[in-house]
Design a protein. Structure first.
Length: 333
């Protein structure tokens, strides 16, 4: 019988440790004595969607359709059109694919269902002679159900329930390969408020990833989820239209901290829109999962089809020669 040369520990250290390595970059508070670097399921902090990335992830007070599920579910409360969306990302850590369906209901709010798959790449299994005999498949899979509702003319609220799996599967000759699957549940809460005296200003707040610990080996080694508190403001620079017609500009800023509010960090973003069709975006990221510091994005809307692309600059992916790229394709109906 041929024996496979493979260790689950090696694949975890090689694939998943890159996310653990970026824990300090994910939040300055992670470096504190409280040790948020021990958080489990760090992929919950990875951005989803090209609009979000292009604006430097400063989106707590923004309304970005299906992308808002991952930043502030309250934004769905004023969604008027149904939406089907695919969001794709490529970084040194993993390849991500998200599929979302959004269903607004008059007088009730909007419902959404999503699946988010983070693929860390295949690891080949070989026999003593070096012949490939199988593949190990490390992945994270997240299912989400989201609801958002409008209360009056100014306030919107939302909640998202997320069920995640942290797993290593195997195909081929897997007799000597230890596979596993760990699960956890999380809830996000959010609210947005349009200031009545100035409709150009919107405030947002979100508490993300409140949930059970992620237990991979045993109860003593279970890791808490990366809970974050996020505050944001968005401002429509309406005065620009007085000088340049057909152009709208929105600016946004967020502050992010752990649940203990230690060492908060910030994000900044701008979205320039021409004739409600072409978008140019830019942002500054203080705590990106990949360590990036800046981002740019481009969007194009043609009727019901909307296309967005974004990339970040700096960080682990760029240093390794792999440009981090995010692409979103949305269809409204």
């Amino acid at each position: 019988m041929r024996h496979c040369r493979f260790s689950v520990t090696s694949i975890i250290s090689r694939r998943f440790a890159r996310l653990a390595l970026t824990a300090i970059l994910l939040s300055p508070a992670a470096a504190s004595a409280q040790g948020a670097s021990s958080d489990g399921a760090l992929f919950l902090l990875l951005p989803v969607g090209a609009q979000t990335v292009g604006m430097g992830q400063a989106t707590v007070a923004e309304r970005l359709g299906s992308e808002s599920i991952w930043s502030n579910p309250a934004a769905l409360g004023r969604q008027e059109k149904r939406e089907a969306a695919i969001h794709h990302s490529e970084t040194i850590a993993a390849r991500g694919d998200v599929i979302t369906l959004v269903f607004p209901r008059k007088q009730l709010g909007a419902f959404a269902v999503s699946v988010n798959v983070i693929d860390f790449g295949n690891q080949q299994i070989t026999d003593p002679g070096g012949t490939p005999v199988g593949l190990v498949l490390p992945r994270n899979i997240l299912f989400a159900g989201t609801f958002g509702a409008a209360i009056g003319k100014q306030l919107s609220v939302g909640v998202a329930y997320k069920r995640l799996q942290y797993r290593v599967d195997c195909s081929g000759q897997c007799a000597n390969v230890s596979t596993f699957s760990a699960t956890a549940s999380a809830v996000d809460f959010g609210a947005q408020y349009d200031i009545p005296v100035d409709t150009a200003i919107r405030l947002g707040v979100a508490v993300r990833n409140i949930g059970t610990k992620l237990q991979v080996n045993d109860r003593e080694q279970a890791d808490p989820l990366p809970t974050r508190i996020e505050l944001g403001v968005s401002y429509n620079l309406a005065f620009i239209a007085k000088y340049v017609s057909d152009i709208q500009v929105r600016a946004a800023a967020d502050v992010i901290a752990t649940e203990t509010a230690d060492e908060p960090s910030g994000r900044l973003g701008v979205d320039l829109t021409y004739e409600k069709t072409v978008h140019l975006r830019g942002g500054y990221i203080a705590n990106d999962a990949d360590g990036a510091k800046a981002a740019v994005g481009f969007g194009l809307g043609t009727g019901r089809l909307l296309f967005d692309i974004a990339r970040t600059f700096g960080g682990l992916s760029e240093d390794a020669g792999k440009t981090p790229t995010y692409i979103s394709l949305r269809f409204t109906f």
